[in-house]
Design a protein around this ligand. Structure first.
Ligand code: UYC
Length: 229
């Protein structure tokens, strides 16, 4: 009822992202009565300097509602998507944004590798994987864009900076990182693609993947890139 919604809206104002996230989900489960509050929330947040996963979640929940008024609203205010993906190399990240919005994390993961190869140049595009020396020279702007897209549409769970955070808090120990992000269990690597978890129930840092077939150096370059410090 309206008192319950009013109570949710009050709590939504409190600057506590985990709590706010849970309220956004509660509003979405109310269906029709929850739509306007979600739209108001998203509009009010346009004053904020940065787009976060709270914006991404509100946007996605509205988009997933399939309500015509929500579609019209999103189209009117964000005709090109919530995030404006900046690129120093003129790369187009709109398909990646679309697959993340759809929560098609498997497609998003493949697109991410594709974009990283495009960033590295035609050699990497043909080869289909990265030299660590190429990664060192990636423009920070594009890495930031990739990371922001993953964060915004994963409720803050996925992305390179999240993986870096976990790696740093485990003394830069790769074996510990693999366990934490479920890329390895005991001695067994998680098998691509079926054993990976392609939704938000995955552990933090699980996505995007970096194939370890050719060693850890490319991922090490990614996680130590100057853009994160
Ligand atoms: N794969 O095991 N992986 C592939 C991962 C390894 C292998 C792709 C991640 C271990 C082969 C992605 C892990 C290993 C191929 C990932 C993982 C191995 C392949 C598709 C846990 C054997 C076929 C994109 C660390 C023991 C392709 C791509 C090829 C593919 C990711 C085997 C995203 C995170 C050491 C044979 N694996 N990969 O890069 O190149 O091809 O032959 O990491």
């Amino acid at each position: 009822d309206s008192n319950f919604i009013a109570e949710l809206l009050t709590q939504l104002q409190v600057d506590n992202p985990k709590k706010q996230l849970s309220i956004l989900h509660q509003l979405a489960t109310l269906e029709e009565p929850g739509l306007q509050p979600l739209m108001d929330f998203l509009l009010a947040r346009r004053q904020q300097p940065a787009i976060t996963y709270l914006d991404g979640t509100a946007y996605r929940l509205l988009w997933q509602s399939h309500a015509p008024q929500a579609k019209t609203f999103l189209q009117a205010h964000w005709p090109d998507g919530l995030v404006t993906p900046l690129s120093d190399k003129g790369l187009d990240y709109s398909e990646l944004q679309q697959s993340l919005l759809r929560q098609d994390f498997e497609a998003a993961d493949r697109l991410t590798l594709k974009k990283l190869c495009e960033l590295a140049g035609s050699g990497a595009v043909q080869r289909g994987w990265l030299y660590f020396t190429e990664v060192e020279n990636f423009p920070g702007q594009d890495l930031n864009t990739l990371d922001q897209l993953w964060q915004v549409y994963s409720e803050g769970r996925f992305g390179f900076s999240k993986q870096r955070q976990i790696w740093l808090s485990n003394n830069q120990n790769w074996e510990k990182l693999w366990e934490k992000i479920a890329w390895k269990k005991g001695n067994a690597w998680t098998r691509y693609p079926n054993e990976f978890i392609w939704d938000l129930s995955a552990p933090e840092g699980h996505l995007p993947l970096s194939n370890q077939l050719r060693g850890v150096r490319a991922m090490a370059s990614l996680l130590t890139h100057p853009v994160w410090s």
